[in-house]
Write a protein that binds this ligand. Structure first.
Ligand code: SAH
Length: 402
């Protein structure tokens, strides 16, 4: 069979989906994403389809198909198991000269959905000729090649603030990785996984922000200046940060500096260590019946310091989870202050060093004991401190990072 490949512009056009089960659940999101007016005809809907209907992204006629349903549709998707019912839709679609995709019987279809991978503006669609598995394998190969190869021209000039995740190079997002592969300039942070930088093309200008030879605040100004300067020269700059750029990552300052200079900014959130490191040590930051809140605090300034913006007495009154970043050095003072302000010395505490990496280690103790344990065990930064009853919840399972 010889097929004619085509891409459809469905925006604002009616697409009829017959069936409301698992096949329809998998097909409908791409139709909605294409802007189609999706009408689902089915006596029942899966909860996911129901959510689309409730949100106004699709409409639903709660009954079985009748031939008149095809009227006004540009495309019909049959997603029912019953071959007779499906054939009835096919006949009606044929009579109305509307293309019809059949999930149940590919040979009876007049249109086939390809295996798809999307990369920014580019969509790669692989049509099988009956061999769906092979088409998917080809699609995966193309997707893989596109991830590894930089696009011929940058899709964007400006600055992308990209979160690199907590340490495992696989914990960057798909979008972050794609933009990183397209970067002309990468400004990286000390906590960025080295493996990600090893993949950069040789001609990429790599700037190690940790090596900028100024004091901390002058260094930030210099970073802002570099971001703006390179972007104004038409280069695509990725500002890569450990975890998430907007969690103690100065992403806000950098975004403002770019905005002031008229440089467009894209934000790609990252997996923050404040949630990921506890999770990988078996600690959920919230747990039903245990903690309905978690607070992320910086411990880089001691509680008694004039510059501290943290309300430690208020934190000591909370029952929920407290996650302290950059808090190792000040841990004795932090623990002491929380106890002095009323949090029980027996409150469980865990410390997780280098979460998600091959060097991850963690220890558990209490507010009263943790500072000594940390120094005895030689725990080093980067590490997060988790305080609260959720620490003991996690003793029932030992996760693997994959
Ligand atoms: N933007 C980062 C946080 C930067 S502040 C994020 O969202 O994760 C730096 C602090 O983050 C470190 O001092 C440490 O407390 C924590 N941290 C970062 N990576 C970590 C990791 N892999 N394991 C444990 N803590 C980590």
């Amino acid at each position: 069979m010889s097929l004619y490949p085509l891409a459809l512009r469905l925006e604002g056009r009616r697409v009829l989906v017959v069936g409301g089960g698992s096949v329809a659940t998998r097909r409908v999101p791409a139709l909605i994403a294409a802007g189609a007016r999706v009408d689902i005809v089915s006596p029942e809907l899966t909860p996911a389809l129901r959510a689309h209907v409730d949100a106004g992204r699709a409409s639903w006629t709660p009954r079985r198909f009748v031939p008149g349903d095809v009227a006004g549709a540009w495309l019909v998707h049959v997603a029912v198991d019953d071959p007779e019912a499906a054939a009835q839709v096919s006949v009606a679609a044929d009579e109305a000269r509307v293309f019809c995709v059949r999930a149940d019987d590919r040979d009876a279809a007049t249109a086939w959905t390809p295996a798809v991978t999307r990369h920014g503006q580019v969509t790669v669609a692989v049509t099988d000729g009956g061999d769906r598995r092979r088409a998917m394998a080809v699609r995966d190969l193309v997707a893989h090649a596109l991830e590894a190869a930089p696009p011929a021209s940058p899709e964007f000039s400006g600055v992308a603030l990209v979160g690199a995740g907590p340490g495992d190079p696989e914990l960057i997002t798909v979008k972050g990785r794609r933009l990183l592969a397209a970067a002309d300039v990468v400004v990286a942070d000390r906590l960025v996984p080295g493996m990600l930088l090893g993949e950069l093309r040789p001609e990429v200008e790599l700037i190690d922000a940790a090596k900028i030879p100024y004091g901390p605040s002058a260094a930030q100004e210099e970073i802002n200046r570099i971001l703006v300067d390179r972007a104004l020269r038409g280069r695509f700059v990725v500002r890569l940060k450990g975890g998430d750029n907007f969690v103690f990552g100065r992403g806000g300052e950098e975004a403002l500096a770019c905005a002031r200079a008229g440089v467009p900014v894209v934000v790609v959130p990252g997996v923050t260590s404040s949630i990921a490191a506890p999770a990988l040590a078996g600690i959920p930051v919230t747990h039903r019946g245990v903690a309905h809140e978690f607070t992320v605090v910086s411990g880089h300034i001691p509680p008694d310091h004039a510059d501290s913006l943290v309300d430690w007495p208020a934190l000591a009154r909370l029952r929920g989870t407290l996650v302290v970043l950059m808090g190792l050095k000040n841990l004795p003072k932090i623990a002491e202050r929380l106890i002095a302000e009323g949090r029980a010395a027996t409150t469980p505490v865990a410390v997780v060093q280098e979460g998600s990496t091959a060097h991850q280690r963690s220890l558990r103790g209490t507010l009263g004991t943790v500072a000594e344990q940390v120094s005895a065990a030689g725990i080093r930064p980067p590490a997060v401190v988790v305080i609260g009853d959720v620490v003991t919840v996690g003793e029932g399972f030992a996760p693997a990072g994959g």
